[in-house]
Design a protein around this ligand. Structure first.
Ligand SMILES: [Mg+2]
Length: 391
C-alpha cells in the first residue's frame, strides 16, 4: 500500500475554522484527520504541505515510523505547529488503515475497554454565573453526572457588553465561586464538577481563589495557570489540595513527562489533535496509567476530533470523561451535517462504541470547499491597568 495524495482543507464551519487533512492511498481508501491548533490553521496547513513531500509514495501502515520522521525530519524537532500537523496526518493514517482492514480504529490500539464513552457537559464560557444553577438543573434532569464550568470569562462579571474587555480577576473569582456553589448544590455530592480557568491566573491569584472555595466544591481545577513552568505548578500544589487537570495544549509525550513523573497533574487533558495523533496519545495514556492518572479528553473541535477521541477513549483503560460541546447546556455550531453526512452521535451522555471501519466519519468535500476559511483571532482581555492577560 502507498500514499498517493495528502490534502489540507481549512474551512469555516460554525463559529471558527476547522483544519482537516485527507490522505489517499493506492488501494482506493481515504482517511481524514483534524488539527487542534485553533486560529493558526494556515501555519499547520503549510506544515502538511512540507510533510507530504516525503510522505507520498510511503506505506501508510507504518504510522509509528512516519510519526518519527515527521517529528524529527527537519532536525529541529517538534513544537505545537508541527505536532498539530502530525496529529491530523496520524489520525488520517489510522482512519485509512483501519478502513483498509475493515475494523474500527480502536481495534488497531488493542481493542475496546468499554461499551460506551461517557462525556462531561460544559456550562458555556459566556454564561453568567447567576445562570449556573438553572443550567446545572438541566443536566441533572437529563442524567448527566459530570460538568465543567469556566472561570468567569466576561470582563469583571459584565455579561451585557461584549465590547468591554477589561478583566477584573478578583471580581471574576467571586462570581465564579458563587456559580460553582450553586452547581454543587444543584447537582449533589456524587457528580464530578470542574472549572476551566483558561490560564488566566498567577500562582497567588489561583491559590487564594481556591483557598476561599469550600472543600468539596470542585473535583478538579483545569489550567489555573500557564503551563511553561512545572515548578510554578508545584508551588501552586503546595497551596491547594484541589486536583489539577492539565495538558490540552501539550504537543508531545515530553511535554507531559514532568507533569506525570512529578505527580503535578491528576487528570491528563490530552487533545489528540494537538499531542501527535493516536501514535503519541496512546503513549501518553500509558505514561499516565503507570501513575494511576486518568485521561479527561479535550474535545472542543469538529466531529473528526470527537470520533478520534472516542476511539482513543475506547482503547484506554485509564479514562475518565470526554469533553462534549453538545449537551443540555450547550450546542456549539462546530458540527455541520452537510459537511459530515456520517459521524458519531451521542446517546444521552455517552457515545456508544462505534462499529464501522475506520473513525466512522464521512466528509462531503464539495460542501467543505464551499466554506472558505476566515482569518480569526481569539478574544482579548486586558487588566484594569491596560496590561494584557490571557483570554
Ligand atoms: Mg481548557
Amino acid at each position: 500500500m502507498k500514499i498517493t495524495a495528502i490534502t489540507p482543507f481549512v474551512a469555516w464551519i460554525g463559529f471558527r475554522n476547522q483544519m482537516l487533512v485527507k490522505v489517499e492511498a493506492d488501494n482506493g481508501q481515504t482517511g481524514w484527520g483534524e488539527s487542534g491548533l485553533s486560529s493558526r490553521e494556515q501555519a499547520v496547513a503549510g506544515t502538511v504541505i512540507h510533510f507530504r513531500e516525503f510522505l507520498i509514495g510511503r506505506d501508510p501502515r507504518r504510522m509509528g515510523a512516519l510519526w518519527q520522521e515527521m517529528y524529527r525530519g527537519q532536525y529541529f524537532e517538534g513544537g505545537r505547529v508541527l505536532a498539530a500537523a502530525i496529529s491530523a496526518i496520524d489520525i488520517a493514517l489510522h482512519d485509512l488503515v483501519a478502513k483498509s482492514l475493515g475494523v474500527p480504529v480502536y481495534e488497531l490500539l488493542g481493542g475496546a475497554h468499554r461499551d460506551r464513552v461517557e462525556c462531561f457537559a460544559c456550562i458555556p464560557n459566556n454564561a453568567p454565573p447567576a445562570d449556573y444553577r438553572a443550567l446545572a438543573k438541566k443536566l441533572v434532569d437529563a442524567e448527566w453526572n459530570s460538568v465543567r464550568t469556566g472561570f468567569a470569562a466576561a470582563a469583571g462579571g459584565n455579561y451585557t457588553d461584549p465590547a468591554d474587555t477589561t478583566y477584573d480577576v478578583r471580581t471574576a473569582g467571586v462570581t465564579t465561586s458563587e456559580g460553582l456553589l450553586a452547581v454543587r448544590d444543584a447537582m449533589g455530592p456524587s457528580t464530578m464538577i470542574g472549572c476551566d480557568v483558561h490560564h488566566r491566573l498567577s500562582v497567588a491569584e489561583a491559590a487564594t481563589w481556591l483557598q476561599r472555595l469550600p472543600a468539596g466544591t470542585l473535583d478538579y481545577v483545569e489550567e489555573p495557570i500557564r503551563d511553561e513552568s512545572p515548578e510554578a505548578y508545584e508551588a501552586l500544589r503546595r497551596l491547594t489540595d484541589v486536583p489539577f487537570a492539565i495538558g490540552e495544549e501539550f504537543a508531545s509525550k515530553w511535554a507531559f513527562k514532568p507533569y506525570i513523573e512529578r505527580n503535578i497533574l491528576q487528570f491528563a487533558r490530552v487533545d489528540i489533535c494537538n499531542v501527535g495523533g493516536f501514535t503519541e496519545a496512546s503513549k501518553v495514556a500509558a505514561m499516565a496509567e503507570a501513575n494511576y492518572i486518568d485521561l479527561l479528553l479535550h474535545n472542543p473541535l469538529g466531529p473528526i476530533c470527537t470520533a478520534a477521541s472516542v476511539h482513543l477513549a475506547a482503547a484506554t483503560p485509564n479514562f475518565s470523561y470526554l469533553e462534549s460541546r453538545t449537551s443540555p447546556t450547550e450546542s456549539l455550531p462546530t458540527v455541520d451535517d452537510d459537511v459530515f453526512p456520517t459521524r458519531l452521535y451521542l446517546a444521552d451522555n455517552a457515545y456508544p462504541l462505534p462499529t464501522a471501519p475506520g473513525l466512522g466519519i464521512e466528509v462531503n468535500e464539495d460542501v467543505l470547499q464551499a466554506s472558505p476559511p476566515k482569518l480569526w483571532e481569539p478574544p482579548r482581555l486586558w487588566r484594569s491597568d491596560g496590561s494584557y492577560t490571557n483570554w
